[in-house]
Design a protein around this ligand. Sequence first.
Ligand code: AMP
Ligand code: DBH
Length: 550
Amino acid sequence: MSPAFSADQDAPSWPAEFAERYRAAGWWRGETFGQMLRARAAAHPDRTAIVDPAGEGRRWTYRELDERADRLAAGLLALGIGKGDRVVLQLPNVAEFFEVVFALFRIGALPVFALPAHRDTEIRHFCAFTEAVAYIVPDVEAGFDHRELAARIKAEVPTLRHVLVVGEPGEHTALRDVPREPVAVEDGPLPGDLAFLQLSGGSTGVPKLIPRTHDDYLYSLRASNEICRVDEHSVYLCALPAAHNFTLSSPGSLGALHAGGRVVLAPRPSPDVAFPLIEREGVTLTALVPPLALVWIEAAAERPDDLGSLDALLVGGAKLSEEVARRVGPALGCTLQQVFGMAEGLVNYTRFDDPEDTVLTTQGRPISPDDEIRVVDGEDGDLPRGATGHLLTRGPYTIRGYWRAPEHNRTAFTADGFYRTGDIVRQTATGHLVVEGRAKDQINRGGEKIAAEEIENHILAHPAVHDVAVVSMPDDYLGERSCAYVVLREGAGPLRGADVKQFVRRRGLAGYKVPDRVEFVQEFPQTAIGKVSKKDLRARLQLPLSFPLS
Ligand code: AMP
Ligand code: DBH
């Protein structure tokens, strides 16, 4: 049986009876992001929406953000960017990120949310696979010239007509020079239409794209706001990359804007940047991955900044250890909320009224009464409550399939539309989930996901490499790092670990995907049926003396 696809071949959607139920329950309210911003701007035009501290600093009110989105939308339309077109967006935490995103939302063009760390290989794939018409970049970010990257991609991807640069454009067009038109877009998207494509950390050779609709994403924001008590007085510090699903929506910058609150952009998440912003702007909530939470805890003891305004710190993206969880409150003077989410949909939060033990030892419970949770064995059989197994989920803001990936969707979703998260969990009597492990072939490097197969494919392209297996290794700081086990071709010349790393880097991959460690072996341990046993390879990494670091 194939999954319950709707007529839309690009983006499998919810079957009609589910859509009706989600509407009847009030989860889907028939609103678009364009309308949402318009309504907030009408309700409180002069309240500050976005604070960007870079340079001389900028503060945009809701009216200003709304007008900017309108004017840029008209300008982009005049460039020929229309409804349904894909636009790869790779901006750091700058105010323009929101101007562009809302302009695209108004048109109904779909932002594809690349991360600042992505390089040629990822960007080429996003642009080519989505047949993107435009790519929007900063000039130079973290020492890397995105204009040069854009020139290379533009030469290779025929659909890519526009490169728009925030800052100095070089050979491309400056975003600020896109003519602004004072007209409102008329034929905008419908609430059930796609709003954007988010990225999956994935476990396959190439990253998959996640189609999210206005209706479903807005629901997750409203519900997140309620759970996290985000209102018009909230000030959200966007410390992780703005484009990441966690930062965008749990409850994130879009949640804060939905509530009429304020978004403060941190160019970097380090305490020397973030703490003074918290003090100066009266930040009330923010979100971090576990390694950064630890950095903040340790810095708080040393730094003079007043973090008294901070009510809540959301920690997610990777498993937070109980020991670190225990230190958050005392060190930062705020409430910890654990978040276990995924760009595919399902988000779990610990609640403010949960017992302390639940907050410290679980990753929260689902947002919605209509989030369906199944914990199953290897044959999709339901396990009794409390047992550890594979997490499957379905619900009003969880996708029914990846974008243009019918083959992959057949295995990534059950026949009746449950998403196979690849996470191994246990559900407590109160419905909270504890993440116990992972079945998917992925490394979670401090919240940055690496699909083992993607890196294996790159290393296999090396002429001296016969075979390779990439596995995770435990790490005190990041939780996990990556290790590539390499079998060389017979007679291949000597190869060092550093050569393999450099080879991967030169193929134009995001830096976090370069293997942290490389081990050369004669052959791989095998499972009973003759597959490479990654379990045994991981176990070998526990033996540091016989396997020195490369
Ligand atoms: P993605 O599908 O790329 O958006 O990544 C989502 C994945 O991140 C989840 O399926 C989990 O594997 C992992 N993840 C997110 N939050 C947590 C958390 N709090 N604890 C453990 N793993 C997490
Ligand atoms: O890791 C994630 O993708 C994630 C974590 C927390 C996420 O997408 C989210 C919350 O929404």
